[in-house]
Design a protein around this ligand. Structure first.
Ligand SMILES: [Fe+2]
Ligand SMILES: [Fe+2]
Length: 148
């Protein structure tokens, strides 16, 4: 069995995570944008989202996902390093968003600034996941080719 094949379970579970996180983040963004959550609900939702993101990043970093991609496509190494750097950045950014999430329920320009920061996180996270899908697709193609 080739390397990536050995991680089929991990790859499927990460793809499932991506669908789930994408849907959850979009739902949360919509709720925040329409001021549909109370301050307490916002606190809880941001804390849950942070925990899910942390679980996802940890799984990608420790579950062999990136290792398998680099083994199948060694030239992807630099892109993987960049993805790992982005994980660190996302952790810092989301922690700050969670700690200041009451601003999302305020009325002043603080709310607009907080929403802009959340939108930027959402956009960067979507880009990140897209890059992971592209890398995974390329590595899987390579893996299938190597198995022929
Ligand atoms: Fe990631
Ligand atoms: Fe991911």
């Amino acid at each position: 069995m080739t390397t990536l094949g050995a991680y089929t379970h991990s790859v499927e579970s990460i793809q499932g995570d991506h669908r789930h996180l994408k849907a959850r983040l979009t739902w949360l963004h919509d709720q925040l944008a329409s001021a549909g959550l109370t301050s307490g609900q916002t606190d809880r939702e941001l804390a849950e989202m942070e925990a899910e993101l942390e679980e996802h990043f940890t799984q990608e970093e420790g579950g062999g996902f990136f290792v398998a991609i680099i083994e199948a496509a060694p030239e992807a190494s630099e892109k993987v390093q960049e993805l790992l750097r982005q994980h660190r950045q996302f952790r810092t950014t989301f922690r700050a968003l969670r700690k200041t999430c009451r601003w999302a329920c305020g009325e002043s320009g603080t709310r607009a600034g907080w929403m802009a920061a959340f939108a930027e996180f959402h956009r960067a996270f979507d880009d990140h996941e897209c890059t992971e899908h592209e890398l995974l697709y390329e590595a899987l193609q390579r893996d299938v080719g190597a198995a022929d």
